[in-house]
Design a protein around this ligand. Structure first.
Ligand code: SAH
Ligand code: SF4
Ligand code: F3S
Length: 443
């Protein structure tokens, strides 16, 4: 009998949503009898789970796919698939640059990947399969059992309706669809029974969550998740400032498992640019949210995303962003240089004289990065010579017997330990801090 099982290597680009999709995909492929390998040299099939958010993310994946496709010359069985957001943005256009691709499968077809692979292998086909985008997302695939791990990303939404003028996500992931409350609770209950202690709820606009069937909004969902016995910590990302309301703020006072750390993407501090971005909030609203959160948790960790060099951004606009950053003192931030995405309305403006030069973008980037280093260093210093409770997640990247966990403020803490501590809470006395990490010893 022919063997249709393969050694498959998955490479993931982009956001936490993609990371979680790859974990689920790995589990689905293993269930279908394939072996998922860590080492790309061992693979007979390479699947790239791609991201379209900026041009750089796309060009990296194209370059990688081109190099992988060369393996076909040596191995007739070798196959390469583009999955994820590039598959839905570019579809068959990908064949112009990568004519030998075997699969182009958008994120909405995640649950069908094993079946698509099986059909290709059975038919011994070398024709590229371009999967269409289904109307409804198959959320049940996220109930697939995953390997034991202390922390889990839990998708509660797909897609986004916001159409911020710079953003490709509504095109790649489609309209906002909310995962049924029952499916979310089922996954988390199962995960907790398997040893998960911390969940991070994922969505592009998590706080706009609304499940029609059970008539559950985001704060009600948080309360329901909070009631799950054995779950210790809850986080979520990303909330949209426009959907922040009193109910969500109150969750920070009422739900002790909700960690005092929040990722609040502001994008810009200039009301003029926020309007051009179609963000639907003002800098005043941001300051209000931060003020309200700090009334409840004075030390709450607040991180953000910022885009510099949006079309039409002047020095004055940038200064407003800088001042907002300075006023809030974000302890973590992802600063992006604006990258025009085809079909978005801002990309059209980029072509006009509103476009900001690369050198100006780079200068703005550097100015915000120094501010970030200052605030992240200060924020982390407050933990020096204190004892922090961490959930041990796994081995640190470097150092023998070095392990890593995070405190409730989402700060990475490295210490010397043993494998059996993974998944437990430990008290760590902090002896050293920097802008990015804390180090200490088990008490
Ligand atoms: N849904 C989230 C953002 C998801 S995309 C939100 O609305 O906040 C992650 C980040 O990528 C965004 O916050 C934004 O800062 C950045 N980003 C999105 N499109 C971009 C573009 N065209 N150029 C540069 N950065 C971009
Ligand atoms: Fe993109 Fe805006 Fe939706 Fe976030 S809210 S995913 S930035 S369109
Ligand atoms: Fe990228 Fe798609 Fe996530 S475009 S950021 S992988 S939703």
């Amino acid at each position: 009998m022919a063997d249709f099982h393969r050694r498959i290597w998955i490479k993931t680009y982009g956001c936490q949503m993609n990371m979680r999709d790859s974990e689920t995909l790995k589990a689905l492929l293993q269930e279908a009898g394939h072996t998922v390998v860590e080492n790309e040299a061992e693979a007979e099939i390479a699947l790239l789970n791609t991201c379209s958010i900026r041009d750089l993310a796309e060009s990296k994946a194209i370059g990688k796919a081109g190099r992988l496709l060369k393996n076909k010359r040596k191995n007739a069985r070798y196959r390469v698939g583009i999955l994820g957001c590039m598959a839905s943005r570019q579809k068959e256009q990908l064949l112009k640059v990568l004519p030998d691709l075997d699969w182009i499968i958008p994120p909405q077809k995640l649950s069908e990947v094993p079946e698509i692979i099986r059909k290709t292998l059975e038919n011994d086909s070398h024709k590229c399969i371009i999967a269409g985008i289904p109307e409804a997302f198959e959320f049940a695939c996220y109930e697939q059992k995953l390997p034991t791990s202390p922390c889990r990303f839990v998708p509660i939404q797909q897609g986004c309706n916001m159409r911020c003028s710079y953003c490709i996500v509504p095109t790649t992931r489609g309209e906002q669809q909310n995962r049924p409350r029952s499916s979310i609770l089922h996954e988390i209950q199962q995960a907790v029974a398997d040893g998960v202690k911390e969940v991070t709820l994922l969505g592009q606009i998590v706080n706009a969550y609304f499940d029609k069937t059970s008539s559950t909004n985001f704060t009600e969902l948080l309360h329901a998740i909070h009631a799950i016995d054995g779950l210790e910590r809850i986080r979520f990302m990303s909330p949209h400032p426009a959907f922040f309301n009193e109910g969500l703020i109150q969750c920070y006072a009422e739900l002790p498992k909700l960690c005092p750390s929040i990722h609040l993407p502001v994008q810009s501090g200039s009301n003029r640019i926020l309007e051009a971005m179609r963000r639907r909030y003002t800098r005043e609203k941001i300051l209000q949210i931060v003020g309200d959160l700090r009334k409840i948790h004075p030390k709450i960790a607040i991180s953000t995303d910022i885009i510099v060099g949006f079309p039409g951004e002047t020095e004055e606009d940038f200064q407003q962003t800088y001042d907002l950053f300075d006023a809030i003192g974000f302890d973590m931030a992802y600063i992006f240089k604006y990258s025009p995405r085809p079909t978005t309305s801002a990309a059209e403006q980029q072509k006009t004289d509103l476009g900001v030069s690369e050198s100006v973008k780079e200068a703005c980037n550097q100015r915000l990065l120094s501010l970030l280093t200052h605030y992240s260093t200060c924020y982390n210093q407050q933990f020096l010579h204190t004892t922090q409770s961490i959930l041990v997640e796994g081995r640190a990247h470097r150092g023998e017997n070095r392990f890593l966990g995070r405190n409730v403020y989402n700060k990475k803490i490295i210490f010397t330990g043993t494998e059996d501590l993974i998944g437990t809470f430990q008290a760590i006395y902090i002896k050293k801090t920097s802008s990015s990490v804390l180090e200490g010893d088990i008490v």
